[in-house]
Design a protein around this ligand. Sequence first.
Ligand code: AMP
Length: 380
Amino acid sequence: MLFEKLNIIEPILKAIKKEGYKSPTPIQEQAIPVLLEGRDLVGLAQTGTGKTAAFAIPILQHIYTEQNNKKETKVIKALILAPTRELAIQIEESFTAYGRHLGLKNAAIFGGVSQNPQVNTLKSGVDILIATPGRLLDLIHQKHISLENIKFFVLDEADRMLDMGLGHDVKKIIAKLPENRQTMLFSATMPKEISKLIDSILVKPIKVEVAPVSSTTDTIKQFAYYVDKKNKKALLIHLLKDKNIESALVFSRTKHGANKITRDLIKAGIEAQAIHGNKSQTARQLALKNFKEKKLRVLVATDIAARGIDVNELSHVINFDLPDVPETYVHRIGRTGRAGAEGIAITFCDEEERASFKGVEKTIGKAISIIDNHPFVNKN
Ligand code: AMP
């Protein structure tokens, strides 16, 4: 299958080519034609499936072709709601990349930073707005944003949005949208609240489903190390001495843990940085930028801080701690093995974590290979 077969206009095809994409991912193949027809869509898909391009390309194409007919001034015509600032920034980068030849304007707004530069950008005119719910509501209340011209609305990572307690804000925003619009909702899982939301905000949606959360992509090789809690640090240092690990995202359950792991790595001569909620927005963005540009090899993150991290060619995800819920494991390791690239996920499991580990295997529906030829093996 080629992008050319999807009725995508030439300037967008050119931009996709520049991104180096050779063929559409399954969700793109299924969603793009439906969205170009103007239908509502529910995408059951997790990060790493190419879902951003699946909604960004049709939105860009609609706005570009309609604008050419009418010469509309820059008013906000598309709204994309994302749960975190990192994800909002990444979505905006995708719109900028795919829309590079269209002359449309995108902006991302999110909390945790001064609103003034965002307000200035809004004043200069924006076609496509990517926002986290809290900051969006603030700016609507201050009358810096009007949603009355929205024709395209995307709710991305809807399940996380609800998990993070943003459901109330999301509903307030939806109540302000014009009824006549195209709505797209993406979610990795489909709990009851999401099905209810879908029934209330989408009109006869087409459902597209790829790689449900319980199935980890086959391109990711998964391994586990049984290790005593006190030896996890030494094991991590031991593994990271292997230069075949080009880039590693290390997950820690807590902020404190992330700081400690980072300090220990640095002491052992392995350059690393931590990102979590206590770090300033600027420090987080800088660490992320360095990591993406391969100037930083090891990034240590908590689950919340890592939401939406999108790094091409990330070779390794290392679970220093097992997450509390198995679905989080699937989200974590989905950071590697993206869009067909091969990735490796390594999980450390101490005795207290054995039950969670079994839970993960049950969720993904397969056994994870145990590596037992390492210096810190725990044979219990
Ligand atoms: P997403 O699921 O939207 O977070 O996208 C995951 C990653 O896949 C991003 O880094 C995209 O740049 C990349 N990607 C999206 N579509 C394609 C494609 N058709 N071919 C190759 N890579 C892609």
